[in-house]
Design a protein around this ligand. Structure first.
Ligand code: CAO
Length: 426
């Protein structure tokens, strides 16, 4: 009989006490190579732990809620017949998940994370990281308390205890504590079970991180959204013709690629859109590189992979990259580096529908371009109404950096490029 294969937690970069969120296999299951065995979460990322070999699960050594670290045994596998037949190992084989074996160590451990944003929430005590056990953190979360807002705990070395959380809640209820410098009162905690049957579902890590970021962006940035429409009749005809030519290749050119190119060309004319405000709000940091984030809708929540050096790439190269990154995003395989360094973001809901929306700037970027569904409309050309394909665009910008007139001019230039994509050559 073939020796059992032990699959262990690989090197995850000196992080200990990683939470086991989900275990996806049980004894007797047949697993394929790279099939996800378990989902792990740290404070910063969620990771799929893949099988480094195919086989039948003999024993599972972890369960949801456990804490693991590098080297923790996850499962033992009896190698599947094809593999076992090829070379019957004579002694017990020890394997870690592929991350440890691959030449690029982390390349196969699939990680998803929201891009960390600078800590901008004024309500956060600067540099303060709350000390509390997971049970106390859970208790605080259940009560809707942001544990970071409890300045000191009464436990050893300032550790926050359950009583500290309760006292904090009492103070909030008594109006003694403002919820952040915004002074916005906390949302009431309501027991919905009094109205009927309910079920509680934990939000995914990505949703929780994204939610926190969006909340602080919303509270910190004065945002304005400007709406317009681009006439993409000719662009669409070109795209359809291009796709007909490429029907045998595995490349599909979507309208989003032209929108990316038009946006980048406009950013080159308006450098203040390729910039970030310094944390003290005193300086504008202009970027000489052009990376575009694309919001991708995934089963676990919204992620924003970044396409790099878009100004130096053509539509063909970008279409392959966009397909690769959005597939990686949907299968939870993006690495943190895939989501960092964006200059501006596009959020396209055009594949789903819509006439307009107000996307939230992915700060520290200064603007975001929203796209909804193009539709044929009668447009007056001076003599008659002609059918034109009109694409709705929504530009949200940080009004501390972008003036209303600049926003309108920037949009006018994007429209001009999309209206006549030959201009992208100029
Ligand atoms: N108008 C009309 N049709 C459109 C369109 C538009 N603006 N945008 C896309 N379509 C069409 C495409 O041409 C495609 O049609 P076919 O299937 O007939 O070829 C179909 O809709 C699906 O497109 P797509 O969404 O797969 O491809 P895309 O390149 O346009 O977008 C991606 C890729 C990754 C951006 C998109 O799939 C996605 O995830 N969008 C959601 C982003 C999101 O959640 N944003 C909200 C964030 S909150 O701010």
């Amino acid at each position: 009989m073939a020796a059992l294969i032990e699959i262990k937690v690989p090197d995850v970069g000196n992080v200990a006490d990683i939470d086991v969120v989900d275990v996806l296999v049980k004894p007797g299951d047949t697993v394929k190579l790279e099939q996800t065995l378990a989902v792990l979460e740290t404070d910063k990322a969620s990771m799929d732990l893949p099988a480094s070999a195919a086989g039948i699960v003999q024993e599972v050594f972890i369960k949801s809620g456990d804490k693991v670290s590098e080297g923790t045994l996850i499962v033992t596998l009896l190698p599947s017949t094809e593999e076992a037949g090829a070379a019957e190992p004579e002694e017990s084989v020890q394997q870690t998940a592929p991350a440890e074996q691959a030449s690029e160590p982390d390349s196969q451990l699939t990680v998803t994370t929201a891009e960390p944003l600078p800590d901008m929430l004024p309500g956060n005590v600067s540099g303060h990281a709350a000390h509390a056990t997971p049970a106390v953190r859970l208790f605080a979360r259940e009560l809707g308390v942001d544990i970071q807002k409890i300045s000191t705990g009464s436990g050893r070395k300032g550790r926050i205890l359950k009583d500290d959380v309760k006292n904090f809640v009492k103070k909030v209820m008594a109006g003694d504590v403002a919820q952040g410098d915004s002074g916005i009162p906390a949302m009431p905690s309501i027991d919905f079970s009094q109205f009927g049957q309910i079920e509680e579902q934990s939000l995914s890590k990505i949703k929780r991180l994204t939610g926190k970021n969006l909340n602080r962006i919303w509270l910190n940035l004065p945002m304005v959204t400007y709406h317009d429409e681009a006439d993409i009749t000719e662009m669409e005809a070109f795209r359809v013709a291009l796709n007909a030519e490429k029907s045998k290749e595995d490349i599909k050119v979507t309208g989003l690629l032209f929108i990316i190119k038009a946006l980048v060309a406009a950013m080159e004319q308006f450098p203040q859109f390729n910039a970030s405000l310094s944390a003290d709000g005193e300086k504008l940091i202009l970027k000489k590189y052009v990376n575009i984030g694309i919001a991708v809708d995934t089963p676990n929540g919204l992620v924003v992979p970044v396409l790099r050096d878009v100004n130096r790439k053509g539509i063909n190269e970008l279409s392959v990259e966009l397909a690769e990154k959005s597939n990686k995003a949907r299968s939870g395989k993006l690495m943190p580096a895939d989501m960092q360094g964006g200059c501006l973001t596009i959020s396209s809901l055009g594949g789903i529908g819509g006439t307009a929306f107000t996307p939230i700037v992915n700060a520290p970027e200064v603007a975001i371009l929203g796209v909804t569904r193009a539709k044929m409309q009668p447009v007056w050309n001076g003599k008659e109404f002609a059918p034109r394909l009109m694409l709705p665009l929504d530009l949200t910008y940080d009004h501390r950096v972008i003036d209303g007139a600049e926003g309108a001019r920037f949009m006018a230039v994007i429209k001009q490029y999309l209206g006549d994509i030959r201009r992208l050559l100029l």
